[in-house]
Ligand binder design. Sequence first.
Ligand code: FEO
Ligand code: CA
Ligand code: CA
Length: 527
Amino acid sequence: MKHWSRREFLRFMGRTAGATAVALPVLSCSDRGSAAGIAGIAPGTEDEVVLAGGLEYELLVSWGDPINGRGDRFGFNNDYTAFFPIDGNPHDGLLWVNHEEVLSGYFSSPRDPADKSRQDVDQEMTEVGGSIVRIRMSDGHWRLVPDDRYNRRIDATTPIPIGSAEPVAGAREAIGTLGNCAGGVTPWRTVLTCEENFHFFYGDVRFENGRRIHEKDTLIGWDRYLDYPPEHYGWVVEIDPFTGAANKLTTLGRFAHEGATVILARDGRPVVYMGDDKTDEHIYKFVGDEPGLLAQGTLYAADTERGRWLPLSLDRDKRLAQAFSTQTELLIRTREAAKLAGASPQDRPEDIEIDPHSGAVLIALTKHPLRPYGSILRLAEKDNDPAAEEFVANTFLAGGTENGFACPDNLVFDPRGNLWLCTDIASHELSGLLYAPFKNNGLFHIPMSGPHAGVPVQVASAPPGAEFTGPTFSPDGRTLFLSVQHPGENSGSTDALSSHWPDGGASLPRPGVICISGPLLDELTAA
Ligand code: FEO
Ligand code: CA
Ligand code: CA
């Protein structure tokens, strides 16, 4: 076996990246702007949100900020964001923000679950889920509207109905939502918030010869005090931000849901693209039976080798009908069903976005032990029909030193149809040999047409230990809302913090949502 030096390895990875990149076909996209001549930034290690010239940021809201007069506070580790204008006003609306995990340890409560008190767990349960806050622009600045009647929290203590044909683990209601990573917005103005690493909280279940085995997980370990069934988590939760009404959508399957991207089929039925962010797990699609409804429809898993969507339905697959007694049982055990149906293993699918010009579905595959820099998969549905059962898939862009990014995670298209990408190199690997050239995680702009099509340019660098998540453009394209999640996560201890963002000095770091704006953003994205 050949043993490679670091230089040889990086050179190889860079060449591989270049060789596998697939140029996009030229579409009717002259309106995207050429985006020529952007001066990006070099990767860096500064304890700051470093931006390309022509961009600036302001902190909108951060961990612990009061959001209303009822004692609710902005939660921890903010991730996905979604903006809902009120009365069509692009400068006044509700911002939904996911709160993914508690970072036990020096930020919230004891790092070792064995040391947590019930009071610690009670506190942590208010840190995850989501926040709904009203924000408004005045004098050119976005501000939280304090104590607005819409401002509320939904967290791990909120009772949430489970929408399913039969009870799930004996119940039709779950206590709380957690692990809320990315998400999506429906055309009928609800948010889909995705329960990703749900097993960290109450563990998970597996089934052997008809026996249900509850496997505990010690990372966060709430099951030390609470016996909520793991089957109540790992779903997509639909929430009306204007009323707070929530519902767990079992039709969309149960797995480590990263996000849920909604588009309408030609006949108006909703189609939802989803990824299961775990090594060798799968890409999924849901096609609703009726417009405006996610409670009934068909869940598919992707066979990316043969370009087929495989229906996970007792009615359409005899193997599944033999393995599961009801569709609800199948949905609880979605991963098993996908494997039985022949779904392809993937390199940890993260965010998914749909190119507004070509209709192509872009899927961030963050990494795999054998492909540590990740890639972006491009999936083109047959006849460009989101409800199709056949597609063609190929690599759109590979991570690596040649393209300047590694571990793609969140994606967003701006109002002109160009792509933005956030990277998520795991905080404990940021300074490791493999990822050293990329330095802190970043935000990249990727033109989709013109002479620089498909060439990523880094435009922001996150504080140490952090990743950027939840990018959302304001309707006019002049503001990019962006989460700064887990700054300082790679700190050794409170005495050796890697970040003090955003307050500086000797302060503890705090996750928060920033607003990026400026002449460069106007040039690149203004609608
Ligand atoms: Fe929460 Fe897969 O990122
Ligand atoms: Ca993510
Ligand atoms: Ca996204």
